[in-house]
Design a protein around this ligand. Sequence first.
Ligand code: HAM
Length: 418
Amino acid sequence: MSQEFQAPRGTLDWFGARAGLRRAVLDAAREVFESAGYGQVVTPTFEDTGVFARTSGEGSDVVRKEMYSFTDRSGRPLTLRPEGTAGVMRAYLEHMTRLPQPVKVWYEVPMFRYAAVQKGRYREHYQFGVEAIGSDDPAVDAEQIGLQRRWYERVGVRGLQLLLNSIGDGRCRPAYLQLLVSYLDEHADELCDECRERRDLNPLRTFDCKEKGCRAVMAGAPKITDHLCEECAAHFADVRAHLDARGVAYTVDPGLVRGLDYYTRTAWEWQWNELGAQSALSGGGRYDGLAEQLGGRPTPGVGFGAGVERLVLTLEEMGAGPATQRPLDVLFAVLADDARPRVHALMDDVRAAGLRCDAAYGGRRLKRALELADRRGVAAVVIVGDDEWGAGEASVRDMTTGDQRRVALETLAEELRR
Ligand code: HAM
């Protein structure tokens, strides 16, 4: 490649049709969630490193190997946001505890993770995410999942799988983890090195291993759903009842564990298996202990994050997707030099009249302008050559029929709108 600089590894440039598709899915997400009382939250791109280190978990991939951490010029340890929830909770504790509860927010921001780059996995990715903080009502969990279904339907993705689990809480999970660790110890020589390490750091993550041997072992492992305390079991039953009432189909997967440590109770992922190894379009769950980890009072919360890149990839592969930006209505070909200032000024009037227009800039040749109009799928071309300019007129060419008619410049905006 002759160009000296390229986008950093694992980052994407968005433009053209893909940028339109990206925006359309985000527009739909905002609309769907705002219909349920969610409002936007914007938090800083970087936070004190502790905000993430303390909450994602020492054993998580994010903290162990993926954070973009640095010290600023006054020696403060900072980290580029690898995930959205901890920063939103930090902001909630700082500013939002006195608002009507639960506080429901959405965000669409970039996340930074130094991950092994592959299809669907990048070092900068965007998430559309939501958080509802201040209620432990299972109706909130199910509402988010139901709204997500509506969002996915709205943008045209079909055939997704919804995996659902409850991973218990501080009351029931410790005893379960002991059971799990003993089971892992019994099968230690059948596990891969990484899973043996996970046994110490975060035994739940052994359910996530893709190795065949480990998968076989984990298929027989004790299941968290069989060891939930009464409260967690009742909460989970309620979430399911709410989903059933909405007709949201799901598979309870006791092996569904999330990659971040702050989760309690409900956990879920929407997956599209045909996407390949990175099949999770979104992941979420409850985090009733997170506020305390950040020094706040006990405050329940639930949310999810949806990868925008993966959703766009999915839509492209399905050949589906919402209508993106509509094409230009009019292209101006100003061939007469003297006419340029006046006609370019007129273009603003045309735009103010509600039409989308652009010019074939710098060009003096009609053929080039017509080719451009074709490529851009424009409905009409306005031509102002010496002849038209002399008469105070323009020729308007219908690009589908090829018909051309003369219109006075005075009334052009109005005529075009008609
Ligand atoms: P997460 O599962 O780590 O959860 O990420 C959420 C989603 O972001 C994933 O399902 C995936 O679609 C996308 N994603 C994650 N990492 C990458 C990557 N390296 N490249 C491309 N896409 C990626 C969270 O981050 C939680 N904060 C979600 C949450 C919000 N839970 C509760 N509230």
